[in-house]
Design a protein around this ligand. Structure first.
Ligand code: SAH
Length: 396
């Protein structure tokens, strides 16, 4: 096995069980590891630190599989890690919810591997050289441990490109292609998921607890769901007795699906209004028209995927939050989110505060919001916490 030797003093993160070795921390590599091959990581004095997957093209040069030197990285090891990930979901999620993130990469000790289950379909993403290297073993472990009919790969996106891997998609392990619309249940409600073209692997599983919270606060309120996608929040708001819901999204197809979700759940379609358009422009126009709402959800796409994009992203977040504050009635509630991992939570709160200030509103934080428990946050790997949100109440 090849060995990655760290520079003096660069072993601190690994000793705290953080799973990344940055290229700048590497003194030298002994041997010629190929992409994804398992390497031993040692400190400057040659003491064992971890076994990791080597990523020659990435700034993150190695991703830790284990901090044990007696572990054997191979099929049995992947099976065990997967079992641990499944056990966590069983402990923290309602079993009747059939959309679940089963593996959340580094957060489950499986760097670069995403596994989402939608009822009888499992969608897999191999996003790092290490996950790619072990794909056969991982697919076998998934087959053995998760009894579903369809196993489908959607290895795409920026993360994979940074590892120097081309995109790839298609059925795995000779399973039949998944249906065009996969039906899942969440909190007793029904949704359909397009695992071929939907965002991420098809559904925003991470917002589960926040959708439940919107449902709990929605009764008799006039709701605005901005960046609504397929209506996750809209459906929950109507299920919670909202007076009406306006959903705004740039994607007509997403909003059409949202409308089918309202109907499929037997919710009053007359109370649901979809507006296709750029959220910034739509909200600006509605401010002009002096429209007003009692509850607004702002769940924008990732504005910043790395630190360099944060200043520009901050302006976008501030602008959209300012418009939302201007549209809220006194006593109104704002559920505002950022899924940009590069944007720190404190900075997000400052941006929301600045937005309220500019809008001339006084507001209080009612609750601090985060991702659902199937997107776990290891104490040793706080970067796993990418979704942050605030429930804010505007003063009368
Ligand atoms: N709230 C959704 C997820 C939102 S994802 C849920 O819980 O399921 C972000 C959404 O923002 C996507 O549907 C995308 O189509 C939309 N979007 C991106 N940029 C936009 C813009 N400028 N105006 C309106 N919608 C936009």
């Amino acid at each position: 096995m090849a060995t990655v030797v760290l520079k003096p003093g660069r072993d601190k993160a690994l000793r705290r069980r953080h799973p990344w070795v940055f290229s700048g921390a590497v003194a030298r590599v002994q041997g010629r590891p190929g992409p994804g091959e398992t390497v031993t990581v040692v400190d400057a004095r040659g003491r064992f630190l971890a076994q990791a997957a080597y990523s020659p093209q990435s700034q993150i040069r190695a991703r830790v599989w284990t901090f044990r030197d007696d572990a054997v990285i191979g099929p049995a090891w992947f099976r065990e890690r997967l079992q641990q990930a499944l056990a966590l979901r069983q402990a923290v999620l309602p079993p009747a919810d059939t959309g679940q993130r089963l593996v959340f990469a580094e957060a489950d000790g499986l760097p670069g591997l995403i596994v989402d289950r939608y009822a009888d379909t499992v969608v897999v993403q191999f996003l790092s050289a290490g996950a790619e290297f072990w794909r056969a073993a991982i697919v076998q472990a998934l087959r053995d441990l998760i009894p579903v009919r369809h196993l489908y790969e959607r290895s795409e996106g920026e993360a994979r490109a940074l590892e120097g891997l081309p995109p790839r998609r298609g059925p795995l392990a000779d399973t039949p292609p998944p249906p065009r619309a996969v039906t899942i249940h969440e909190a007793g409600l029904t949704f359909t998921v397009d695992v071929y073209h939907g965002h991420k692997t098809g559904f925003y599983l991470d917002q589960r607890p926040n959708r439940a919270l919107v449902r709990a606060w929605a009764r008799d309120r006039h709701v605005l769901d901005v960046f609504a996608y397929t209506g996750g929040f809209s459906v929950h708001a109507l299920a919670g007795g909202a007076a009406e819901v306006w959903a705004v999204d740039a994607s007509a197809a997403a909003l059409e699906r949202a409308a089918t979700h309202i109907a499929a759940n037997g919710l009053p379609q007359a109370r649901f209004h979809a507006q296709v358009g750029n959220a910034f422009e739509v909200l600006r126009a509605w401010v002009q028209q002096q429209r007003a709402f009692d509850l607004i959800v702002l769940d924008p796409p990732k504005f910043a995927s790395r630190a360099a994009q944060v200043p520009k992203a901050a302006r976008g977040y501030k602008d959209i939050n300012r418009l939302a504050f201007l549209l809220l009635r006194p006593g109104g509630l704002l559920f505002t989110f950022s899924c940009s991992g590069a944007l720190p939570r404190d900075l997000f709160q400052k941006i929301v505060a600045d937005a309220a200030l500019d809008a001339g509103r006084t507001a209080h934080i009612v609750a601090d919001l985060s991702q659902g428990p199937d997107h776990p946050i290891p104490l040793a790997y706080p970067e796993a916490r990418y979704l942050k949100g605030l429930l804010v109440r505007v003063q009368e």
